[in-house]
Design a protein around this ligand. Structure first.
Ligand code: CAA
Length: 295
């Protein structure tokens, strides 16, 4: 059965080569997923070769881990590695039919990336953004062909999280949307089509949890107490461990976006920003070591 709001799947285009812009942790994680599940060439780019190399190294390391765990045969592991390549030469994106960006979460940066890439790719190639909180429509505002635009929001850790938010904007064509749904399915993920609203669906909920956890901290409750107090409600990890996983700067940014959009509903924590400025403010291990919740 077709998911609510999904167009006819016959309209989906085949995806034979994927371009990933950005070689950070999120981008590297889903570049690997594309290579593994779609078994098509995946080209990764970033600002300089050292960032590209770091992304490729991460992917190779993850493939090795999967092989060691017996999740991938040696042939599969080698095939996946051979499918992934990195470059700083964007002209090589010309034959990609699906390009997805996961660069710095700033509107101008993302618009510039799309402005650079659109003239290189074919008329029918899709441009997807992994933005977690910016307006997809604004990111694609200057596109010559905005029908190719779609939001495609992964969750961390990409290999494990089962959901993708597919964000439809007014200009997104049925064939772009159908392709996005087909790609999500091939990646082995559930997809929900969401409207282009701040935080889409998931980050609206997460920003509530993270914001209230930060509020408790601001009011003087020690971090481990907040963390442990929530354990019995069955979250897979506490709110601060989750912030640590997502990245403190990313979490603070998501929070800002939600506060800006709905000042009466979300909480702007000064501590969240202060902590985001400290490198690696917390780790699972450090939180785990705090035994005495009364202090
Ligand atoms: N990369 C790849 N695989 C990973 C991974 C990672 N970073 N982290 C965990 N895994 C894998 C492990 O290898 C393990 O796989 P196997 O069973 O094949 O060995 C599996 O996940 C379970 O891991 P663990 O046993 O180590 O740990 P766990 O059972 O405690 O689960 C967790 C870890 C899956 C991360 C779980 O704690 C969880 O679901 N946490 C919540 C994560 C969440 O809410 N993510 C959404 C964040 S919001 C976001 O990303 C969007 C945004 O815009 C901000």
């Amino acid at each position: 059965k077709r998911p609510a709001g999904a167009p006819d799947r016959e309209l989906a285009h085949p995806v034979k080569k994927v371009g990933v812009i950005g070689a950070g942790l999120m981008a590297s994680q889903f570049a690997l997923l594309f290579a593994r599940r779609l078994r098509v060439p995946v080209l990764i780019t970033d600002l300089d070769q050292s960032r590209v190399d770091k992304g490729i190294d991460y992917i190779y390391g993850e493939v090795d881990k999967m092989q060691e765990k017996g999740r991938l045969s040696r042939d599969d592991a080698n095939q996946i590695k051979a499918l992934v390549s990195g470059t700083t030469d964007k002209s090589l994106y010309a034959d990609c039919d699906w390009v997805i960006e996961a660069v710095f979460e700033e509107l101008g940066v993302k618009q510039q990336v799309f402005a650079e890439i659109e003239p290189i790719i074919s008329e029918t190639a899709i441009l997807a953004t992994n933005t977690s909180s910016l307006s997809v429509e604004e990111i694609g505002a200057n596109l010559a062909n905005p029908e190719r635009l779609v939001g495609f929001h992964f969750f961390n850790p990409v290999a494990v999280m089962p959901l993708i938010e597919v964000v439809k904007v007014e200009t997104t064509s049925d064939s772009t949307l159908a392709t996005a749904m087909a790609v999500a399915k091939k990646l082995g993920k559930s997809a929900v089509i969401t409207a282009d609203r701040p935080g889409f669906v998931v980050n609206r909920l997460l920003a509530k949890v993270m914001g209230e956890a930060a509020r408790a901290l601001d009011e003087g409750t020690p971090m481990p107490v907040v963390e442990r107090a929530l354990a019995p409600i069955g979250l897979p990890m506490g709110p601060f461990e989750l912030i640590d996983l997502v990245g403190w700067k990313v979490a603070a940014h998501v929070q800002d976006t939600m506060v800006a959009a709905f000042p009466e509903r979300f909480y702007a924590s000064p501590n969240l920003h202060a902590l985001a400025e400290i490198a690696e403010p917390l780790t699972k291990t450090k939180l785990g070591k705090v035994e005495d919740l009364s202090k």
